[in-house]
Design a protein around this ligand. Structure first.
Ligand code: CP3
Length: 342
């Protein structure tokens, strides 16, 4: 009998003797080996579509740190690109996309059954990873949540307050909801293919969920995520799902039940008291402050111990409150792991 993976155990709601640990954005620019491989690929998007090299960068943090999970190397903006949106990443500025603001632009997007033509290399990356990962490491596939992906498609770039998306939601709700439906359908197809190719866990990133008001949060964060999860579960009833509705504040409570998720990832603004309350209803992932990976030292050691100890009474996946930043120090990741594993 094969031993069950630590991450899967926690996602089944079990309390583990030590928490499984991985870091959001663990494959990335803070690692010199990532920067070298990206240079070899040419640029970030070429790396995403080069299955061999993409698998290699997913494995780099596993080789270096022996995390309990590997995350597929891709991006949440590959879905818009597969739907026909122009996408590029501008060095030092971030993503730039052609925008969707009118019914005509929405109609011009490709049909969902054509996205696999673009995304096939991503599924191949999943297959390669599945065949190369050590037995104890779980493979996480992912996608952006429809609201977060829509904010980029409407604005054509990252925005501080997502105001272009809020404006479309308010002033042209038909187009807004049509776009959300399109992204939802594409995401279901994309995640089903990732699971079919070997992904053992799925994480859905709703990085901008926090900017939705109470009513819109129900309609445009919870509802489409629930649609995605129930569609995946119809075909793969046992696939564990982690959802990260970043900035949801008190709305993290009840979120797992409303969406059907097995785990809720929380950001660093959430207190340990609140996390323990949330842990009574679901497996909680998070929420070490990512700046500690830049600072290191006793502050990092103390915060790591506190988070581990406070959450030890229930299912917990040790992670950051958001992605690790390019200025983080790999030595500090090692320090955190030493505290967790000793
Ligand atoms: O280790 C991993 O998690 C690798 C896979 C991964 C990437 N992006 C690779 C990436 C994942 C899961 C993501 C998620 C993602 N992408 C999110 C949701 C999580 C979050 O951080 O809020 C979002 C909003 C994006 C969109 C995106 N991709 C932006 C805004 C940017 C530019 C700014 C930035 O953060 O770098 C990216 C680029 C990106 N995605 C990089 C990587 C490794 C850096 C590209 C590079 O210059 O090499």
């Amino acid at each position: 009998m094969t031993e069950e993976k630590l991450l899967i155990k926690a996602l089944e709601g079990k309390t583990t003797s030590k928490p499984p640990v991985w870091l959001m954005r663990q494959a990335g620019r803070y690692l010199p080996e990532y920067r070298a491989t990206r240079a070899k690929a040419g640029d970030f998007l070429s790396l995403c579509y080069n299955s061999e090299l993409a698998a290699k960068v997913s494995l780099q943090p596993i080789d270096r740190f022996n995390f309990d999970a590997a995350i597929l190397f891709a991006d949440i903006l590959l879905i818009p690109q597969a739907l026909g949106v122009q996408l590029k990443f501008v060095e030092g500025e971030g993503p730039r996309l052609s925008t969707i603001n009118t019914q005509r632009e929405l109609n011009n997007l490709r049909p969902v059954d054509e996205i696999d033509a673009t995304l096939l290399p991503v599924y191949e990356t999943v297959r390669i990873l599945k065949s190369r990962l050590p037995n104890h490491v779980a493979l996480i596939g992912f996608a952006g949540a429809p609201w977060t992906v829509a904010t980029y498609m409407i604005a054509g770039k990252g925005t501080v307050d997502q105001s272009p998306a809020h404006n479309l939601l308010k002033h042209n709700n038909i187009v807004f909801e049509g776009l959300l439906e399109k992204i939802t359908a594409a995401t279901i197809n994309y995640l089903l293919m990732q699971i079919k190719s070997g992904a053992e866990v799925i994480q859905i990133f709703d990085s901008w969920a926090g900017s939705l008001n109470r009513t819109d949060f129900e309609k445009y964060c919870i509802k489409p995520i629930n649609t995605i999860i129930s569609s995946l579960k119809k075909i793969y009833p046992r696939i564990p799902i982690i959802v990260f509705p970043r900035g949801a504040q008190q709305r993290y409570l009840g979120f797992a039940k409303k969406t059907g998720a097995q785990s809720v990832a929380v950001d660093q603004n959430i207190s340990l008291e609140f996390m323990k309350m949330l842990q009574l209803e679901t497996c909680v992932q998070g929420n070490l402050d990512p700046t500690l990976m830049v600072k290191g030292g006793n502050e990092l050691i103390d915060a790591t111990k506190r988070l581990r100890d406070e959450m030890a009474g229930g299912p917990h996946i040790f992670n950051l409150g958001h992605g690790i930043t390019p200025d983080a120090c790999p030595k500090h990741v090692e320090l955190m792991l030493r505290v967790l594993r000793d």
